[in-house]
Ligand binder design. Structure first.
Ligand code: TXA
Ligand code: MG
Length: 338
């Protein structure tokens, strides 16, 4: 088996070591509050190329650039009032903003687009690394292209561990779903490109305006004017089939101890006794808890070679919108490939 990079405890000497790797142009697996990222120097073309190579990511899919604060981002972007208000309200935190870029951000980072996606993360380990370096970090989620995002350091180790030198451990990702992405190229008409932990209504409230819905384009081949939404994202190995929210009937196949189909529900079902192959994401159906646990459970079931996962969708409200978006993408694999 190929040598796997170690998961490093985030102590001072390991933080120094990882900051040095980044200065040298290497890429490092790092925790954020959303999911783990695969970080490299956003201003160094070789580091950025390495990110695409390690992930097996097509060059048409642009990267998010992470800064320590809005001031650090400003020299690289055309800012506007919406950016400032949203930064004030939600940064550091799980919101990514798409804005016009300046030339200091190379085309490879943005897949040739004139806009760049920027974010100020709040995970203390990521922030401690940013404090040690004097460049921003390009960081996609640290999964092989198309697979589910990592929410534990060991997920990064299991999938990319043979291709990178270091992974910093920051514990389980607090939120468990990737950041919300909002397109602010036209501040008169903000568009949500990806649902996430910051909800549409939280953003509308800060901006005091309605948001436009992004029309999801399936299977986009070229870098889209509003990309980030390739359908075959977030796909586990197992086949995923979705159940409507509230459809929690027990199914006969789940009473078999070795059945290859599992049932994943929002919360513990009232009928549950000791059936195997039945999981729930939250004892009480709490949406944040469901989001926090979703990718970890999916990856655990994949490790156990489960063939098929039947998953109950979340209610389409708050972060439930982001959960259902990821579930639809996980299930879309079937249509995209078959
Ligand atoms: O929570 C997150 O956002 C995590 C952590 C590591 O920060 N990162 C993340 O990155 O999810 P990634 O690369 O897996 O997803 C970023 C999405 C991509 O689907 C990409 O197409 C979109 O953001 N994106 C990047 N730049 C863009 C741009 N200029 N315009 C529109 N979409 C963009
Ligand atoms: Mg990703």
């Amino acid at each position: 088996m190929a040598h796997l990079s170690k998961v490093l405890e985030a102590n001072r000497s390991n933080l120094d070591h990882c900051a040095q790797l980044l200065r040298n142009g290497d890429v490092v697996g790092m925790p954020t509050e959303t999911v783990y990222g695969l970080a490299g120097n956003a201003l160094d073309l070789n580091s950025v190329r390495k990110i695409f190579e390690v992930k097996g990511r097509p060059l048409i899919d642009p990267l998010i650039v992470h800064f320590s604060n809005l001031e650090a981002a400003e020299p690289h972007i055309e800012s506007n009032d919406c950016v400032r208000r949203l930064a004030e309200a939600f940064w550091p935190g799980p919101l990514t903003m798409v804005v016009p870029k300046k030339n200091s951000i190379a085309d490879i980072v943005t897949a040739g687009l004139p806009s760049v996606a920027i974010r100020v993360p709040r995970h203390p380990v990521f922030r401690q690394i940013l404090e040690r370096i004097d460049f921003p970090l390009a960081a996609p989620s640290a999964n092989p292209f198309g697979y589910v995002s990592p929410t534990l350091a060991k997920h990064v180790q299991q999938t990319l561990g043979s291709r990178i030198k270091a992974i910093l451990d920051g514990g389980p990702s607090e939120l468990g779903l990737e950041s919300t992405i909002i397109d602010l190229r036209n501040p008169e008409q903000p568009v949500i490109l990806r649902h996430g932990p910051i909800t549409e209504s939280q953003i509308s409230e800060v901006l005091q305006m309605q948001l436009t819905r992004h029309v999801d384009q399936a299977n986009n081949e070229a870098a889209q004017s509003a990309p980030g939404l390739l359908t075959k994202h977030y796909s586990p190995k197992a086949k995923v089939r979705l159940l409507p929210h509230g459809d929690t009937r027990p199914r006969s196949e789940h009473t078999e101890p070795n059945a290859s189909t599992t049932l994943v529900l929002n919360q513990k079902p009232s009928w549950y006794t000791t059936q195997h192959n039945i999981f729930w994401l939250s004892e009480s159906g709490d949406l944040s808890e469901i989001a926090h646990n979703l990718f970890e459970l999916i990856q655990r079931l994949d490790q156990q070679d489960v063939q098929q996962i039947l998953i109950e969708q979340a209610p389409e409200q708050g972060i439930g919108q982001a959960i259902n978006d990821r579930l639809r993408r996980a299930a879309a694999k079937l249509e995209a490939i078959d």
